[in-house]
Design a protein around this ligand. Structure first.
Ligand SMILES: Cc1cc2nc3c(=O)[nH]c(=O)nc-3n(C[C@H](O)[C@H](O)[C@H](O)COP(=O)(O)O)c2cc1C
Length: 236
């Protein structure tokens, strides 16, 4: 296999990255073609994982009754979390649509099973969180592959993990990492919803890159990249 990507292949990859959105609305009722779903799951399953432990499982959920109960957990948790924020942001927060559990035709719970290929997993002994990081890599693969297929994905974390575990009958040691809502959408927004609504803005890349040490923004051996990253890449 040629190691290089053609310009067309590269632009396809960057298009998926820059146009991926967290989607909570505009789902259509069109079911996800199962061949496409299998392709998206294959992409997720090809993520990197610490010690090649592949610690993920993907629970595919269509059942309306289960989703309804998960939606109830969302409502409860959203109300709880709203108490952590002062007015007027509280009202604004409560007005946001932050899930598509029942609007989307498919939900997927991506879980972490630390016991897979364990207890010794190469690379996990010093930093146990690497298991969870691996599952997040799978989620990102899934998210990008879905975007390239025109399938929207929304991650719902305003949920009780205990309720999720009970409803989905997860063993005690298995952790729900991501609860995802998937479906075709009539549109992908060009910006994050939380940006369009004025909640937060995207930070400048130049403000999050340091040179050699924490918080070091000046270093003469990095001048070229320092200039280059000032240009905002606005894909849309
Ligand atoms: C770990 C994680 C948890 C998230 N939880 C939620 C959530 O509960 N509800 C929601 O609407 N969006 C959730 N999001 C989506 C983020 O709000 C979204 O990624 C961010 O605003 C940037 O927008 P974009 O994904 O469209 O670029 C979550 C994203 C991540 C990575």
């Amino acid at each position: 296999m040629n190691n290089d990507f053609s310009d067309e292949e590269k632009s396809g990859l960057y298009k998926a990255i820059f146009s991926r959105r967290d989607v909570r609305s505009h789902f259509t009722s069109k079911p996800i073609d199962e061949k496409i779903l299998s392709q998206i799951l294959h992409a997720a399953h090809h993520a990197p994982s610490v010690g090649f432990s592949q610690p993920w499982n993907f629970i595919l959920i269509k059942d309306y009754e289960i989703r309804k109960k998960i939606k109830e957990s969302f409502e409860t948790e959203k109300m709880h979390s709203s108490k952590l924020v002062e007015e007027p942001r509280r009202t604004k927060y409560l007005s946001f649509k932050l899930e598509g559990i029942l609007d989307s035709p498919l939900n997927i719970c991506v879980t972490y099973d630390p016991s897979k290929f364990g207890p010794f997993v190469i690379g996990r002994s010093s930093i146990p969180e690497t298991g969870l990081y691996s599952v997040c890599c799978a989620v990102q693969n899934l998210w990008l592959a879905a975007r390239s297929e025109g399938v929207g994905v929304g991650w719902v974390s305003i949920l009780s993990n205990n309720i999720l575990k009970n409803l989905l009958e997860l063993p005690e040691h298995v952790v729900p990492v991501a609860y995802l809502c998937l479906g075709y959408v009539s549109e992908f927004a060009t910006k994050p919803d939380l940006e369009s609504s004025g909640w937060l803005s995207r930070l400048k890349l130049q403000d999050v890159v340091y040179y050699e040490k924490w918080n070091q923004k000046e270093n003469s051996s990095w001048n070229t990249i320092k200039e280059l990253i000032k240009t905002n890449l606005d894909y849309a």
